[in-house]
Write a new protein. Structure first.
Length: 175
């Protein structure tokens, strides 16, 4: 983008027809950039049952057009946040209208990775999004897909804690 602006400034001092074409292309690019950002929505995410003030929360958001996908695909967005001294943490994400899945974990041991046990069961607090028709989050990607649009601009998540920590409700599909 900086190169386009620099060339536009240089073209201002020349009288060639190529600069006029370049300015038109630059205007079209800037309009497209503005248009793509203008459809972004602010998704407000509330994370409940926070018990580790000051710990790092890692969030991964996955984009999916058709509701299909997997947790192994490259995340659309990632965040690294510090948890507040409150039972509920709120944060916002700018996302265009679409279908997404989210997963997050609290990095208790500071390793930067979700620690897991046998069968990839988390050893640190974690959460997953859930489809609007689901009562509980599911480990299955297809059941974690939610929609961001004019009617859906907030997401409620609850941290789940590994067995033995007092909040070890099983997840749907995790039999």
């Amino acid at each position: 983008m900086a190169q386009f602006i620099m060339v536009a400034i240089l073209c201002k001092h020349r009288d060639s027809g190529g600069c006029t074409i370049f300015r038109a292309m630059l205007a079209a690019c800037l309009l497209a950039l503005w248009a793509s950002n203008s459809f972004a929505r602010v998704l407000t995410i509330s994370l409940n049952d926070v018990r580790a003030a000051g710990a790092t929360l890692y969030v991964a958001v996955y984009s999916t057009e058709d509701g299909q996908g997997s947790w192994q695909q490259e995340p659309y967005r990632t965040l690294k946040l510090t948890l507040p001294e409150a039972a509920t943490a709120e944060f916002e994400l700018d996302l265009p209208d679409g279908r997404y899945a989210l997963r997050a974990y609290v990095d208790i041991d500071g390793s930067g990775e979700l620690e897991t046990a046998r069968f990839n069961r988390p050893l640190e607090p974690f959460t997953l999004s859930s489809a609007t028709h689901q009562d509980k989050p599911s480990v299955h990607f297809r059941n974690a897909v939610f929609v961001v649009d004019e009617q859906n601009q907030s997401l409620q998540l609850t941290l789940f804690y590994p067995e033995g920590t007092g909040n070890d409700e099983p997840l749907a599909g995790n039999d």
